[in-house]
Design a protein around this ligand. Structure first.
Ligand code: Z5A
Length: 189
């Protein structure tokens, strides 16, 4: 989901609930989730790649994802852990594809290059009116600086919300759309 939807909050709660049932979990995030991918994250969020355009950003998100898969996700799955990733490939589809207006065929090709046949077993899409999400993110940021994506306007975030809902409609077997407006406990339940 978009900004302030509650992804990080839910990822932690979900992991705690699963651990309480004896399921070993790893919580990770994108961009990032491995030392090299965290380096790419810093450059992306600082806006250092943005001047090169949406395609260069998509390439960098996928490059980070390849390392995240190799160094963190696949080893954890091999150890028998469940992996909960705060964002994954759908974020490239939504941000760089739908909102960045890159050709969906190009985005699909990049995704195939990074993921091969791998897909998450389940994707939770947190859906929230843009005003609420931005207010939550603003409140959490306080006086801190907005990053590359937080600086975008309302129209960007509206298009993003539509893009995620479309992904949910297109792949109902993998995706579940959750109303993220209620309090965090209710969303987690
Ligand atoms: N990006 C991309 O363009 N392409 C890609 O392929 C990928 C990412 C993978 C990463 O930023 C940026 O990279 C992101 C997309 C882009 N753009 N942005 N912006 P990030 O990792 O720094 O941030 P984020 O992923 O957008 O998440 P976030 O802004 O940190 O929000 P969140 O994880 O969804 O929310 P939260 O941290 O759980 O909650 C936000 C606040 O709301 C916090 O104070 C909570 O206590 C509160 N909260 C949470 N849930 C609730 C409920 N239910 N009610 C009330 N308050 C709540």
């Amino acid at each position: 989901g978009g900004e302030g939807a509650g992804k990080s909050t839910l990822a932690k709660t979900l992991a705690a609930k699963l651990e309480a049932r004896g399921v070993r979990c790893l919580v990770t995030r994108e961009p990032g989730g491995s030392p090299k991918a965290e380096t790419i994250r810093s450059a992306l969020l600082a806006g250092e790649i943005a001047p090169f355009g949406a395609f260069a950003e998509a390439l960098m998100f996928q490059a980070a994802r390849i390392d995240h898969l190799d160094q963190t996700i696949f080893p954890a799955l091999r150890r028998g852990q469940w992996v909960i990733s705060d964002r994954f490939a759908d974020s490239t589809r939504a941000y760089q594809g739908a909102v960045g207006r890159l050709d969906p065929v190009l985005i699909a090709g990049l995704e195939r290059a990074a993921l091969g046949a791998f897909r998450p077993a389940l994707t939770l899409i947190l859906d929230l009116p843009v005003t609420i999400g931005l207010a939550r993110a603003d409140a959490r940021r306080g006086t801190g600086q907005a990053d590359r994506f937080e600086k975008e306007g309302r129209d960007f975030h509206e298009r993003l919300r539509e893009a995620y809902l479309r992904i949910g409609e297109d792949e109902p077997g993998r995706c579940v759309v959750i109303d993220a407006a209620p309090p965090a406990d209710a969303v987690a339940e």
